[in-house]
Design a protein around this ligand. Sequence first.
Ligand SMILES: *[C@@H]1O[C@H](CO)[C@@H](O)[C@H](O)[C@H]1NC(C)=O
Ligand SMILES: *[C@@H]1O[C@H](CO)[C@@H](O)[C@H](O)[C@H]1NC(C)=O
Ligand SMILES: *[C@@H]1O[C@H](CO)[C@@H](O)[C@H](O)[C@H]1NC(C)=O
Ligand SMILES: *[C@@H]1O[C@H](CO)[C@@H](O)[C@H](O)[C@H]1NC(C)=O
Ligand SMILES: *[C@@H]1O[C@H](CO)[C@@H](O)[C@H](O)[C@H]1NC(C)=O
Ligand SMILES: *[C@@H]1O[C@H](CO)[C@@H](O)[C@H](O)[C@H]1NC(C)=O
Ligand SMILES: *[C@@H]1O[C@H](CO)[C@@H](O)[C@H](O)[C@H]1NC(C)=O
Ligand SMILES: *[C@@H]1O[C@H](CO)[C@@H](O)[C@H](O)[C@H]1NC(C)=O
Length: 735
Amino acid sequence: MARSIQAFLFILIATKAVSSNETFKGNQMYQSTKQTKYADDATDSSSFDEKENGISNGPKLCIFRYNKKKEMVCVCKAKRKSDQITLAEILKYMGKTYMFCTSLRFEHFKFETLENGSFDGFKQLSQIFLFNCSVMEIGRDAFKSNSLLTQSNITIKIEMNPIRHIKPGTFDVGKSWKQLSLCQNQNLGTENIQTVFNDLRNKTVDRLEIKTCGIFLRELDKSFFEPLRYSRITKLNMIGNSYGIVTSDAFEPLGAFLQTLVLWNFMDVQRDTFGVFHKLRGLNIGGLTVTRSSYARHLHLHNMTELRSLSINMEGSRVQAFDMSGLEHLQLMQLTNCGYEFGAHINQVIRLLNTTKSLRLIDLSDNSLCKYTDRDLCQIFAGRVSLYNLLLKDNYFTNLPTCMFKGLYNLHYLNLQSNLLQVIQKDLFEDLHQLTKLDLSQNAITFIDSSNLEMMTPFQGFMKLDIRQNNFDCNCQLKSLRNWLTMKIMQKGYKFKYKHEKCSFPIYKQTEYIHNFTMTWLECNTINVVQVSTITGSLVLIVTIVTLLLLKHFWKDIQYRKMIILARKHEQDVNIDGLLIEHDAFVSYHSEKQLWVENDLCNELENGLDIKFKLIYDDRIMPGGSLFTSLGYAIHTSRKILFVVSRGWVKDGMNQFEVDMALSKLLDDYRDMIIVLLMEHIPKDEMPDKVKMIIKHNNCLRWSNNEKKQAKFWRDLKLELGKHHFEIPIQDVSY
Ligand SMILES: *[C@@H]1O[C@H](CO)[C@@H](O)[C@H](O)[C@H]1NC(C)=O
Ligand SMILES: *[C@@H]1O[C@H](CO)[C@@H](O)[C@H](O)[C@H]1NC(C)=O
Ligand SMILES: *[C@@H]1O[C@H](CO)[C@@H](O)[C@H](O)[C@H]1NC(C)=O
Ligand SMILES: *[C@@H]1O[C@H](CO)[C@@H](O)[C@H](O)[C@H]1NC(C)=O
Ligand SMILES: *[C@@H]1O[C@H](CO)[C@@H](O)[C@H](O)[C@H]1NC(C)=O
Ligand SMILES: *[C@@H]1O[C@H](CO)[C@@H](O)[C@H](O)[C@H]1NC(C)=O
Ligand SMILES: *[C@@H]1O[C@H](CO)[C@@H](O)[C@H](O)[C@H]1NC(C)=O
Ligand SMILES: *[C@@H]1O[C@H](CO)[C@@H](O)[C@H](O)[C@H]1NC(C)=O
């Protein structure tokens, strides 16, 4: 005992000297007069007198301050093992100042037993709060201090303690109660709670909380709350216990006064259970545990005409229908965690919205609303002018129809957190001029059309925007959002709450922020540049190809024109190739082509309009000497040799002599001087090898019966004939 007191004092003194200012906010009296003296006494742990004069408060354990009503609030917390001392010890060393605590609060101690008369020393105590203090036993007279017995509107909260037994009469204190809270004392159980209720009989209790008190009732009926019939309870929270059937008269003793009820964890509610609440303004239901019974369960919520706030958490429940008619004054409606079951209630919700014009808050989070059509969604939300707050978290939305928020001119708060939204398209928030809080966090948003935000002209320029944990793509499109954010952050007199968010894409911009990421002109116009250059490139290519094609097509015509011009000039020059050359071409043919040679060939080449060539063939050779010598001479004095290849020509040994002559001349001149005119189709295997060779290695022109092709044939033939003949001289002339 003595050791623990010493330890306690040591803590007090040691810590006092270090940080007196922070812990003693509001206790001017103490700081000004006693501090130095106390420090001097630091080594003298036996001088109790000083402490009893009201100066021995442990700064680490207790602090006190004054609340708005100028009442003294004393708070003691155990923060480490050495802080664990008994209640009596704490009270003993608190000193006289603390006798004036109105509110006393202990946290994390290990009191175990609250002795009789524990709080006798306090003069004005009206509130006791014991949180996590390992209280197991409470002496029957523990709270029976003078002040608590005689005060009105007392408050006792005993939370998170393993209390096992409460003796009758323990809570028979106070003239009236402001609040009794016995939350999270899981060992209490139904019987102890009933004992407490009996103590409160005929006492006014404004607020009663029996959350998680280990209450288990197969049937919650009238008898449970009967002792509190005259207590005029207005707020009751009974979450976290287990109730089977809640009978229709269960709340009858409380019905006339109850204003707020939190009722969770029950299996079934009888039809008229809620019918007794004529003053109920807030109802919070949840944890409707699934039963084995398969009958349709209805929640009859009608008749509660005063209801302002209705919260139903449907997680794990199997309620199949609500009756929410008549809730005309409802202002707040939360129907959450239905998942896919929401379909069963959608019409009821729409009907409620149709009839209740005062709804200011709707929370339909976690109802898988993503599976409804755009039309359904717009029918639920669009045009609800009275709406102030709209919460649609966890609904798996990937996109929202533009008509959804139409006409919500008074919406102040919109929460779309934790969906899968990707794009906030233009005009989606068009009508939300009043929005001051917008939560789009935890989606997959890559882009927000900034016009949506620009529309908003919230009251007094306050705005809170949360876009954290998305996938923003910091590209050029996003520049207008960036600019808007920058403007809002910089703008003076505009209260803009915004947590900085970084870019997600492109990867190399992940260190940049959405509100000030950089974007060069080229990055923004890459697409344009690429497009323009692609188009230009392909145009150039096309033009080139067309030009080349045209050139190819008309190349020979051009050459031909050129040659004609050269030929005209050439007419004046005389026989530049040397005296030997007398003819432009020697024609070798078979007699079956004699007509063609004399008529077509000679006509075309010798009497042509533009160029004239001189031909020689056997019929024209002057007799004189042997045929062979004159033939040889004719061939030698010709610039070119035309082989008119026909079947007959091939068969007849193809004028062996002429061919040999030609070949020998070829060897002399090294010139491509042979031109083959294929007059008809001759299969290759019918040709002798020599002919094949000639065809393969020399210019070969095909005759055709088609007139157009014939024109080409003549042009090409003339080109070949004129080839070296008209080109070389030009160079000579230029010398
Ligand atoms: C404590 O308060 C005094 C006077 O109120 C002040 O001068 C001093 O700086 C404070 N010390 C600390 C650590 O805040
Ligand atoms: C309750 O108090 C004990 C110390 O007595 C502490 O270890 C524990 O963390 C506290 N629990 C809570 C929930 O604060
Ligand atoms: C507390 O007071 C009650 C009633 O006066 C008495 O019966 C009980 O024995 C007392 N408990 C202790 C531990 O003194
Ligand atoms: C107790 O509380 C009620 C309601 O809050 C109030 O009307 C009454 O004046 C209070 N009584 C005292 C004595 O403070
Ligand atoms: C409580 O009040 C009712 C009605 O005012 C009265 O009939 C009853 O006797 C009272 N009970 C107690 C224990 O005072
Ligand atoms: C509740 O409303 C129904 C009609 O919906 C009515 O018949 C019944 O009398 C009402 N009950 C109470 C207690 O007002
Ligand atoms: C709600 O009102 C709209 C328009 O007034 C109407 O088309 C719709 O049928 C109503 N829905 C219900 C369920 O009452
Ligand atoms: C962008 O904003 C962040 C956060 O305000 C800041 O740290 C950073 O320096 C800014 N970057 C540029 C380029 O202005």
